[in-house]
Design a protein around this ligand. Structure first.
Ligand SMILES: Cc1cc2nc3c(=O)[nH]c(=O)nc-3n(C[C@H](O)[C@H](O)[C@H](O)COP(=O)(O)OP(=O)(O)OC[C@H]3O[C@@H](n4cnc5c(N)ncnc54)[C@H](O)[C@@H]3O)c2cc1C
Length: 303
């Protein structure tokens, strides 16, 4: 028997605190339970969706029909310089474990909310590094079979992977590290968390940066002429800069506000809706297109 909850608030399941209700809900903590749950939904012809930490999602105001499955929790195994983690394990738990073992490579991602599975799907990263740099392979279930996909076959790019676009469920992630000095890794991680807490005050209702940064090499020459190239960091034009240039800071749309200190942050001031979010995203996208000829793309995912 599978335990299913009914009429659960989506807002309570996402860091943005937006969304109606999901008809059916189930929390799973192991890859095996994820598979059993999806097979159950398929058998009963119930539509289903899977998510994890809910830190990069805009849920719909009208709610979701069918079953929403949350893969959050699980365990990890450590051997030599490797960690194999269930996809539902919080990313911070993986980072802390790595640091405790003197494993180098994930410390710059310290403070990113969500799970290691969610981070793998969106190739999460910060301060010039992304999780794909330490991933060796990813175990997926394609609805029929469990299999491992090697890093090269995951199509990792800037906040991208094929896992985002295929009907795959990420079950486990294998990460391989270099050796580092525990104390130095700990210090770096702590410093990054402190810097991040200034930008994202604890408890802020947001999904992180709203739009992706812009890859400079993908921008036309005519658009590049309008950019202050001193702003480019690691080959990316910060979207915060583009948005600030079109006057985004301080703008409000319904319950969403762009704070004064960060142009690429959509903050829910309390009663924001997904409709407010989409409307403001369209307004800002049009402004940036008109001024720079650049089309912004969301980093967040509309569910
Ligand atoms: C305050 C704050 C700061 C942030 N800072 C950063 C940052 O610096 N860098 C960065 O990259 N991101 C950042 N983010 C965004 C977010 O934390 C990351 O994208 C995170 O990796 C998402 O993980 P999650 O578990 O919450 O995924 P969710 O939001 O639950 O899901 C994201 C997507 O992945 C899919 N998914 C999740 N798990 C699975 C699975 N097991 N199998 C198949 N599909 C799955 C979901 O269907 C969804 O489409 C920030 C968010 C917040 C709120």
């Amino acid at each position: 028997m599978i335990r299913i909850q009914k009429n659960i608030s989506l807002a309570s399941l996402s860091t943005f605190r937006i969304g109606g209700k999901t008809e059916l809900f189930r929390l799973v903590k192991t890859p095996e339970d994820l598979i059993v749950t999806i097979e159950w939904a398929k058998k009963h012809k119930i539509p289903f969706r899977v998510f994890a930490g809910g830190s990069n999602i805009v849920f719909p105001d009208e709610g979701l029909k069918g079953l929403l499955v949350r893969f959050h929790g699980g365990s990890l195994k450590i051997s030599n310089n490797k960690i194999i983690a269930d996809a539902g394990v919080p990313l911070m738990k993986v980072i802390r474990t790595a640091i405790r073992h003197g494993f180098k490579g994930l410390e710059t991602l310290s403070g990113i909310p969500g799970t290691v599975g969610g981070a793998t799907v969106g190739n999460a990263g910060a301060y010039g590094h992304s999780i794909s740099e330490v991933i060796t392979r990813v175990e997926i279930w394609d609805g029929k079979k469990r299999r491992w996909i090697i890093n090269k076959a995951c199509g990792f790019g800037y906040r991208e992977s094929i896992l985002k676009h295929k009907p795959f469920f990420v079950l486990r992630v294998e990460l391989r590290f270099k050796r580092g000095d525990k104390k130095e890794l700990q210090k770096k991680s702590g410093e990054i968390v402190s810097v991040r807490e200034k930008k994202y005050k604890p408890g802020i209702k947001c999904p992180g940066s709203f739009f992706k940064n812009v890859v400079a090499s993908e921008v036309s020459r005519s658009a590049m002429k309008k950019i202050d190239t001193t702003k480019i960091i690691g080959g990316k034009i910060p979207t915060g800069y583009l948005l600030e240039e079109v006057g985004a800071k301080g703008i409000r749309q319904g319950g969403i506000r762009i704070p004064d200190f960060h142009g690429n942050l959509f903050e829910n001031t309390g009663k924001a809706t997904a409709k407010d979010v989409k409307k403001l995203a369209d307004i800002l996208r049009k402004k940036v297109k008109a001024k720079f000829g650049i089309t912004l793309e969301e980093e967040v995912r509309y569910f």
